[in-house]
Design a protein around this ligand. Structure first.
Ligand SMILES: [Zn+2]
Length: 318
């Protein structure tokens, strides 16, 4: 029997839970679906990531409204992926903040990614008819942008720490409480999607830079919230382990003259025992191996289209 394409067979609704993770800092987790967060300023809210559609974002905002009525002034996008960005309209934010590289990627491949992601994860397309267009940042930066929360609340530090899950990912760090929103650069108890990634940079300098922040609470893109310094370090190392073993396995097969299908089977076997039961494992493996293979050929991430998605899926899993 052939595998259901990507996450098209995963249709059961996930339980969404609002978690208080600091003084005026909240996260919404959803059993392996994308996590989002919010940070309270003196007069406003900074929201981190937007979810996939306005109705899904409104559900998150309703939960947040049990905690604070302040308006969302800044909506921060960790990267360009549709499931993070296309719910933006619901926030009615004054500013949408992202890296300059993310803005470039929205222009280059945002529309294709929109089509591809809703095809891969139909569950996350709930209310997608309300998405009026791509989400464009209104404020961008190259490496660093600081938001003053007002009063004695300190700042939110937004940083681009290197190529990783995409070439544009940023993290949001609240130094006063040592809370880090790492986006998809860190997954804690989920398989890791690397279909648009730079594996080598991610598992070396970029994750080193994430670790150097020395966070005591870490919200990754998917999975559990890490609540101690040790758990944060473990989440980072788990992410590094997945990507490192994936990349090394593909490299070994390629260097010994194997095919990409051989590489897919070898990488899947390598990771199955530890990660096979985690969210998006089967989904991610196919796209991850294709991207690892392309990176080993010295190529930048190709644009995923609906046609390319299915072509690669059928070629690797048949
Ligand atoms: Zn992503």
């Amino acid at each position: 029997m052939s595998k259901p394409f990507a996450s098209s067979g995963d249709t059961a609704a996930k339980t969404e839970t609002l978690e208080v993770i600091g003084d005026g800092i909240w996260a919404l987790t959803a059993e392996g679906d994308p996590n989002v967060g919010a940070i309270e300023g003196e007069d406003f809210i900074v929201a981190f990531d937007a979810l996939a559609t306005p109705p899904m974002a409104r559900r998150w905002l309703e939960k947040l409204r049990t905690q604070t009525e302040k308006p969302v002034k800044y909506l921060v996008l960790s990267h360009y992926h549709a499931v993070r960005a296309l719910g933006a309209a619901a926030f009615e934010a004054e500013e949408i903040v992202a890296s300059a590289e993310t803005e470039r990627l929205v222009g280059e491949r945002g529309k294709e990614d929109w089509d591809v992601e809703f095809g891969r994860m139909p569950r996350l397309a709930e209310g997608s008819e309300e998405v009026a267009g791509l989400t464009w940042p209104t404020k961008t930066f190259e490496q660093h942008y600081s938001i003053d929360l007002g009063g004695k609340r300190g700042t939110v530090e937004l940083s681009w720490l290197g190529n990783g899950h995409t070439s544009g990912d940023i993290v949001a760090y609240v130094p006063a409480q040592k809370v880090l929103f790492a986006g998809d650069l860190v997954e804690n108890g989920s398989a890791v999607y690397t279909g648009d990634a730079y594996h080598r940079d991610w598992i070396t300098t970029t994750l080193d830079n994430v670790a150097a922040l020395d966070a005591e609470v870490l919200v990754g893109g998917r999975g559990r919230i890490a609540q101690t310094r040790e758990e944060c370090a473990r989440a980072i190392e788990l992410t590094r382990d997945f990507i490192g073993r994936l990349f090394t396995t593909v490299e070994k097969v390629k260097n010994s003259g194997g095919s990409i299908k051989d590489a897919y089977q070898a990488a899947r076997s390598e990771l199955l025992a530890e990660y096979g039961k985690m969210p998006v494992f089967e989904h991610a493996m196919v796209f991850d191996v294709q991207r690892a293979w392309d990176e080993l050929n010295g190529e930048p991430p190709a644009i995923w289209t609906v046609d390319r998605d299915h072509e690669v899926w059928n070629r690797l899993t048949s």
